[in-house]
Design a protein around this ligand. Structure first.
Ligand SMILES: Cc1cc2nc3c(=O)[nH]c(=O)nc-3n(C[C@H](O)[C@H](O)[C@H](O)COP(=O)(O)OP(=O)(O)OC[C@H]3O[C@@H](n4cnc5c(N)ncnc54)[C@H](O)[C@@H]3O)c2cc1C
Length: 424
């Protein structure tokens, strides 16, 4: 039997290409990180939330066509950040207009005088190289520590790509004198299903598939035996496999393989990642925020980012209501989340930003996502590649964000499965 493990974007990308594969998913529905959940108010009103922000900005023609089968809302957002207790256009480095004169002078002075000679050896040095010491100390270090939950010196830069805007001196000067700056965010057009949440992109694939009964839910891989080519599930069932495409996170997958070599096991255990606490609130009124999502630089607020599901689609909140979700991060090596603390701090954020009071909240949900973002340390790529190579020589082909162990967006995760299914 040919098998796909996991029915998230990557697994569904593979299944879309070749639906002769049997899919085994541990949850009772498809979606993975692109899944959806709801919270109800006491008077039975329903608020829908995605797992973290999730908007599509794919430029990949194949994925675009697949996603376009869903009716979408289209947005051209100009995102903002909460920084030093005020709103500032994102990215802050070329939108310093609201900052004090002292801040601007220091930022500009250090930007002009930054060390441009030595090639950056890690993420900290890369940020100093791009933006100078003042912006690093005031903005990039506090925010990135909150987001990555690790020492920035230990991080590699292989994942950076176009995620950080690198303005020239003219852009920084313009952004210091005026708030009429061009939108330099890396994705200009954002799309989101009109109905059904982000998961609708996946639901539409399943609804159209001839063999949707090949997707089996509630099948959590317990262990894999490479010698007799069997997979045992926690439910007690066993299957025999020929080929496997797996989107299961590498550390979990390797742990489940019987007699995996010691060095592979050790490498997989050392892979670092962030987990996310999602604090979601439904409000009895429409709160005054025009941003579909925003970043939170200030460190008195635990969340690094928040988004408004009710602005992504009117279907996500009852009429006359609105909603928000905060994302709080921790690394896999740090303390577990304290749910009470996360909720209390998110309510503090709502009040501080003058968005809402506790009395406005009529529905709430707290949940955690184990695998959020991959933390790229200096040796991450090499360790992950050695694991992937070993898996492939044993007939297990990793796909997706946590199979490839890469910073993939949902379209790239989809494509990684789609592409592999075309080869195997
Ligand atoms: C905070 C955040 C915001 C994001 N925002 C965006 C965005 O705006 N736009 C965008 O394009 N992308 C975004 N992404 C990226 C996107 O979520 C991922 O690229 C994509 O969801 C990854 O899909 P996947 O199938 O590779 O992994 P997953 O979604 O994790 O799928 C893996 C599947 O495997 C299943 N599984 C795990 N273990 C087992 C087991 N033992 N047995 C059986 N099944 C198992 C899981 O239940 C899951 O369904 C964001 C990601 C994060 C963390």
């Amino acid at each position: 039997m040919n098998v796909i493990l996991g029915a998230g974007m990557a697994g569904m990308g593979a299944f879309y290409r070749d639906n002769s594969f049997e899919v085994f998913e541990m949850e009772d529905q498809a979606g993975g990180l692109c899944g959806r959940f709801f919270a109800r108010s006491d008077d039975n009103r329903t608020f829908y939330f995605d797992k973290a922000v999730h908007l599509s900005f794919t430029e990949d023609p194949i994925v675009k066509e697949v996603f376009s089968k869903v009716q979408q809302n289209i947005y051209n957002p100009v995102p903002h950040s909460w920084f030093k207790n005020m709103w500032i256009q994102h990215p802050a480095q070329n939108n310093l207009f609201p900052m004090t004169v002292e801040f601007k002078v220091n930022a500009l002075k250090d930007f002009i005088g930054r060390n441009q000679k030595d090639e950056p050896q890690n993420f900290k040095e890369w940020l100093l190289f791009q933006y100078g010491k003042y912006l690093y100390d005031e903005l990039f270090e506090p925010y990135n520590k909150k987001y990555w939950c690790t020492d920035l010196e230990k991080m590699d830069t292989c994942w950076v790509g176009n995620r950080f805007y690198r303005p020239n001196i003219d852009e920084i000067l313009y952004g210091s004198y005026t708030d009429k700056t061009p939108n330099t965010y890396y994705a200009k057009e954002m799309r989101y299903p009109q109905k059904g949440g982000y998961r609708r992109y996946i639901d539409s694939i399943i609804n159209e598939a001839e063999n949707a009964d090949k997707i089996h839910y509630g099948f959590k891989v317990k262990n894999i035996n490479l010698l007799d080519k069997t997979i045992n599930f926690t439910s007690g069932q066993q299957i025999k496999f020929d080929k496997v495409m797996s989107s299961i996170p590498l550390p979990t997958l390797i742990k489940s393989i019987e007699n995996a070599p010691a060095d592979i096991l050790k490498n997989s255990e050392s892979l670092a990642y962030t987990s996310i606490a999602l604090v979601s609130f439904g409000f009895k009124r429409i709160i005054d925020c025009k941003d579909i999502w925003f970043y939170i630089y200030d460190t008195d607020i635990l969340a690094a980012r928040a988004y408004l599901p009710s602005l992504k689609s009117s279907e996500n909140a009852p009429e006359g209501c609105s909603s928000i979700q905060f994302e709080i991060y921790r690394s896999n090596s740090s303390e577990p989340f304290d749910s009470e603390k996360c909720i209390r701090n998110s309510i503090y954020a709502l009040k501080k930003m003058k968005l809402a009071d506790e009395s406005d909240i009529i529905a709430r949900n707290f949940r955690t996502v184990k695998y959020g973002n991959i933390i790229f340390h200096k040796d991450t790529r090499q360790k992950a590649d050695s694991i992937i190579k070993w898996l492939e020589t044993n007939g297990i082909y990793p796909i997706g964000r946590f199979g490839k162990w890469d910073y993939l967006w949902s379209d790239q995760a989809f494509f990684s499965g789609y592409q592999l299914a075309g080869i195997r």
